[in-house]
Design a protein around this ligand. Structure first.
Ligand code: GAR
Length: 189
């Protein structure tokens, strides 16, 4: 059984979708969720899903080995589902090609620091893009830069608001992210 730990910073709708997808899996088990924001919606979701959700501080995550050591004990794979902090280098080194992120745009477009959530969709709208999409990729030392595992596109109408774009992106995320996580883990053997 491969153990997955999810990191989230916000509403946690992807985290919920992933947890539900693997609920009855015989090869992947979601162990817990880690969250860096005390009042994030993901805590409530985890409560209802009966899965542990643990808050951690910047100090524990970025400047000490507290979270890294917990991960070494508890995780084979790490999934970033709307997680907004940069992954520290020792964590990347300890989990090479085992940290999977989802980004709500077609990288390398609309990636990098500050490009998350609605900021991405507003930029896509401002640039009059005719399409956008999702990118699922391995995490390396740089923001949104690791090897791409999967991308999917969606067409945009000129009338689409950033909120409409977010909705289209979420639909793609719910459809593909759990399956791609599963495939990636199974390929790893
Ligand atoms: C998702 O759209 C995810 O792709 C994005 O945040 C949203 C979280 O929604 N992630 C990033 O922007 C990371 N750079 P959720 O909390 O409902 O899953």
């Amino acid at each position: 059984m491969k153990r997955v730990v999810i990191f989230a910073s916000g509403a946690g709708s992807n985290a919920e979708n992933i947890i539900k997808y693997f609920e009855n899996s015989s090869h992947v088990s979601v162990q817990k969720v880690f969250c860096n924001k005390k009042n994030a919606g993901v805590f409530d979701r985890c409560l209802h899903l009966n899965i542990a959700c643990e808050w951690f501080s910047r100090e524990e995550f970025s400047y000490s080995e507290v979270i890294l050591n917990k991960l070494k004990d508890q995780a084979d794979f790490i999934v970033l589902a709307g997680f907004l902090w940069k992954i520290p280098e020792p964590m990347v080194k300890a989990f090479p090609n085992k940290i999977i992120n989802i980004h709500p745009a077609l990288l390398p477009k609309y990636g990098g620091k500050g490009m998350y959530g609605m900021n991405v969709h507003k930029a896509v709208k401002d640039n009059l893009e005719k399409e956008t999409g999702i990118t699922i990729h391995f995490v390396n030392e740089h923001y949104d830069d690791g090897a791409i595992i999967f991308q999917a596109k969606t067409e945009l109408e000129t009338s689409d608001s950033p909120e409409d774009i977010a909705q289209k992106i979420h639909a793609l995320e719910y459809k593909h992210f759990p399956k791609i996580i599963e495939e990636t883990i199974l390929k790893d053997g």
